[in-house]
Structure formats: structure tokens, C-alpha cells
Design a protein around this ligand. Structure first.
Ligand SMILES: C[S@@+](CC[C@H](N)C(=O)[O-])C[C@H]1O[C@@H](n2cnc3c(N)ncnc32)[C@H](O)[C@@H]1O
Length: 91
């Protein structure tokens, strides 16, 4: 999904002026970081859902603060607890 961020996903997300983005499947966090840069530039925030993330979550929290929430569980368990999101990216 990472390769589709700049040509496809970011333009759509900007077009709908998304303020709350959910990402299902973060893996190494490459796309997560891109989403968070968008959040920083657009007064938005995100939740990443992945039971087995393989990146430094604390580093992301230090860099992006309350713009970043991590749920280390399956999406079917996490999604019912989330509200008011504008878009969910599933990979
Ligand atoms: C293809 S990788 C994601 C790649 C990432 N989006 C990127 O662009 O770099 C898939 C990830 O989905 C996670 N995953 C698989 N099933 C899941 C589920 N039911 N809920 C949340 N995450 C899940 C896996 O742990 C894995 O890290």
C-alpha cells in the first residue's frame, strides 16, 4: 500500500479533507509514517491497527504525539471501539 500513498491515497484523502484516518495492517509502519505526516500537516489524527506491528511504536508517539494511536489487536476487535473516522485503509 505504501507505493500507492502519494499517487492515489493521499490525493483522495486530501479531497475529502479527512481528519480521522484508520489504517488496518501497519506492518513495518512505512505507510503509517506517511499518514502521520499528512495528519501533522492537516490537523488530523489516526489509529493504526495491527496485532503484530514491527516498528518502534514509542518513536512514532514521540514524533507525532496524540495524532497517533496504536491498537495491537485484530481489526474486528478494535473497529467497534472506534467512532467518527472518515476513512479506513485496509491492507
Ligand atoms: C501487507 S502487511 C501491511 C503493509 C503496510 N500497510 C504497508 O503499506 O507497509 C499486512 C499487516 O496486516 C496485519 N494484519 C493481518 N490481519 C489483521 C487483522 N485482522 N487486523 C489487523 N491487522 C491485521 C499483519 O499483522 C501485517 O502486519
Amino acid at each position: 500500500m505504501r507505493r500507492m500513498w502519494t499517487p492515489l491515497m493521499k490525493p483522495i484523502i486530501e479531497k475529502i479533507n479527512a481528519r480521522y484516518i484508520v489504517e488496518v495492517g501497519s506492518a513495518t509502519g512505512g505507510n503509517t509514517w506517511s499518514i502521520l505526516e499528512y495528519c501533522r500537516d492537516h490537523d488530523a489524527h489516526m489509529t493504526a491497527i495491527d496485532p503484530f506491528p514491527s516498528f518502534d511504536i514509542e518513536k512514532y508517539k514521540r514524533e507525532f504525539g496524540d495524532k497517533f494511536q496504536m491498537c495491537t489487536e485484530l481489526s474486528l476487535n478494535a473497529l467497534p471501539h472506534l467512532q467518527d473516522y472518515d476513512v479506513i485503509l485496509i491492507d
